[in-house]
Every structure is written in C-alpha cells, then in structure tokens.
Design a protein around this ligand. Structure first.
Ligand code: TRP
Length: 348
C-alpha cells in the first residue's frame, strides 16, 4: 500500500523516499492571517515535494497552564485549520503530539545528553521567563526545546519550516542529533531549518513594527482566520496607517507596507502594481478594497472549517490514521535509539 510514509518503489526498485518535513503548531489560541500567510500556505505547498508530518503540539502548549476545555477546543481548531488550508491527509500525516507516546519518550532520552547551559541560552526561554532564574519557572518551559527536538528527530526529518523565532530551536535540534550520533553511532538525520515556501511576514495591524500575534494585547492586532466578514472589515478599517496620504510601500511607511503585503500575498499581484492603482486615491478606499480581498480569500477556508466543525468524526478519523502512521515511524526510530544506548529490548 502506498501512502505518505512508505513511498512506492521507484523504477530502479529502490524506495523513492522524498525528503521529510516536520512542523508543529501549538494549540494556544486563535490562528490568524500571519500564521496562514507565513506558515500554513507553505505547509500545503511543501506537500508537492516532501513527505510531510504536521503536528498539533499539545504537549508544548501545556508548558503554560491551559483550561481543559480550551485546550481541547484549540487542538481540534488547529487540526481543522490544517485541513481547511489544504493539508491533504491522503498525502501528509496530520497528528496530535500526545497521541504518539514516543515524543515524550525520546524527549526524556535527549534530556540525558542536553546541557543546562545550552537550554538556558535559548532566547525564547529567556524572553518567556526573564532568564529563568526564579524558583517557580516551569521545568517544562526550560525543557520545551528538547521536546521539539524529539518531535523533529523521531521522523528523520530533513527540513523544518519555521519562522525566525524558532530557528534557534532547530539549531539546538541539530546539535543534539550530532551529539547523539557521535556518542552512540549514526542514528538521527540532522535536520535543516527552512523558511516556509512563499512565506509573507505579516505584522500587527495596530503595530506594524512587530509580527502579527495572537498574544498581542489587542484583538485589533490580528485577523483571526475565523473572523466574520464584518469583523475583518472593521479591523482593517481601524488598522494604523502612516503619516501622509499615499498608498505605497517604503521604509517610511511600515503600516502601508504591511497592508500592501497582505493584499499582495492574497492576490499574488506585486505590491508595486497594487500601489499604482491607488495613485491619487486615499487610505480609506484602499482599506475598503483590502477588506474585500481578505474576506474573499478567507471565505472558502471558513466554509470548510464550518463543515469540519459540524461533524468532528472526519477530523478525528484523520487524527487516528495520522497517529497510527506517525507511531509506526516513531517506534522504529525509538527502537534504534534504545538499541544504540544498550537498553534491553522488551521481551516479547
Ligand atoms: N515551538 C514551535 C512554535 O512555537 C512549535 C513546535 C513544536 C515545532 N515542535 C515543533 C515547530 C517541531 C517545528 C518543528 O512555533
């Protein structure tokens, strides 16, 4: 049987394994236009050239306390959003991290080769905990990058599409993989971080100097992928603009550059072509048109999300199959790791 994992034999009779991609998304809140244009759209494109594993990383999410019902909802939301954006479960593995126990198991083993010093140096840890010196900084937050390394290494991933903020974690993953390989013999593929295909870096609507973010103070920072049309239009109307009146990009126009980038990413027209059409017109007209563009672009995705939400059985079926496929790969990797370490195999 052919599938995303065991690729059919090529004409030479050798298994034609395509390079593997792994990426994880935390189920911690509204997915927004920045996630879509910066990541999800690239995940979909990478299915053409790679065997992909797209994972809802719920065990990462619980490094910050989550109300039970919220975690459950957010986990299903991310899975639905993968599917609604065009991740094809016939070609890619769509899974939830906690369904495959090998993630936690390999994280433990990697803990035994990771150094306190290298984890303490992680920028995200420092940002989240103010250096982690306090007595009540969670161990999970400290160890977060090791679990992420386990995610990636379990699947022999070659490429990890991540934004700038996660690159350091992939570098650590490389270091851990190489350290293990050197100490115990070649076991892990050493992965590369890749910038997601046609990724657009979308900034906050209320502050175009920082990335669009669900954890920003105001909901006027982001457009949630599930925002209804009137909310989308209102958020764009209220987006900050730059001084002057011209609709054009430029270093002196961070807000307009961002809005034009959104327009361009969704219509695939060059920013300059769009700007030319607005010569002599004002911000209001541009924003109104941009509202239409965003509403129209998200409509099919939102329709699909509503379908998936109306009947969870489809998504749950995808996750069941995803966990099975994932576990079959992960178990093989973990068995090899045990063998390398000298752990006695469980008698059968
Ligand atoms: N840390 C990533 C983030 O916050 C999520 C993540 C977990 C991830 N495991 C991963 C990303 C493995 C890529 C690969 O965005």
């Amino acid at each position: 049987m052919s599938g995303p994992v065991d690729t059919p034999a090529s004409s030479q009779g050798k298994p034609a394994r395509r390079p593997r991609v792994f990426s994880g998304t935390q189920p911690t809140g509204a997915l927004h236009l920045g996630n879509y244009l910066g990541a999800f759209r690239g995940y979909v494109a990478m299915q053409e050239t790679h065997d992909c594993v797209y994972c809802v990383v719920d065990l990462h999410a619980i490094t910050v306390r989550q109300p039970r019902a919220v975690l459950r909802r957010n986990t299903m939301d991310v899975a639905n959003m993968f599917l609604a954006c065009g991740v094809d479960p016939e070609r890619s593995i769509v899974m939830v991290q906690s369904h495959v126990p090998q993630h936690s198991e390999l994280a433990w083993i990697l803990n035994t080769i990771a150094y306190m010093g290298e984890l303490r140096r992680m920028t995200q840890f420092k940002d989240k905990t103010g250096g982690g010196e306090g007595e009540s900084v969670g161990v999970g937050l400290f160890d977060y990058p090791v679990l992420m390394a386990a995610d990636i290494l379990l699947y022999g991933s070659d490429a990890v599409p991540v934004g700038e903020d996660q690159k350091q974690h992939v570098e650590l993953t490389r270091d851990l993989a190489e350290r293990f390989n050197n100490a115990f013999g070649k076991t892990f593929v050493v992965p590369e971080p890749v910038i997601p295909v046609d990724a657009a870096r979308i900034m906050g609507l209320d502050d175009p100097t920082k990335k669009m973010s669900k954890s920003a103070g105001s909901e006027y920072n982001y457009i949630a992928l599930t925002d209804p049309p009137d909310v989308i239009r209102r958020k764009i109307r209220r987006a900050v603009t730059d001084s002057g009146t011209e609709v054009r990009p430029g270093p002196d126009k961070p807000a307009l550059t961002n809005l034009l980038t959104i327009y361009s990413a969704l219509t695939r027209e060059p920013v300059e072509t769009i700007a030319e059409r607005y010569v002599g017109k004002g911000y209001a007209e541009f924003k109104s048109d941009l509202g239409d563009v965003v509403v129209e672009a998200l409509a099919p995705l939102q329709a699909r999300v509503r379908e998936l939400e109306a009947d969870e059985t489809y998504t749950l079926g995808v996750l069941k199959r995803g966990a099975e496929l994932a576990e079959s790969i992960a178990a093989r990797t973990l068995a090899k790791v045990h063998e390398r370490l000298g752990l006695v195999p469980r008698p059968r």
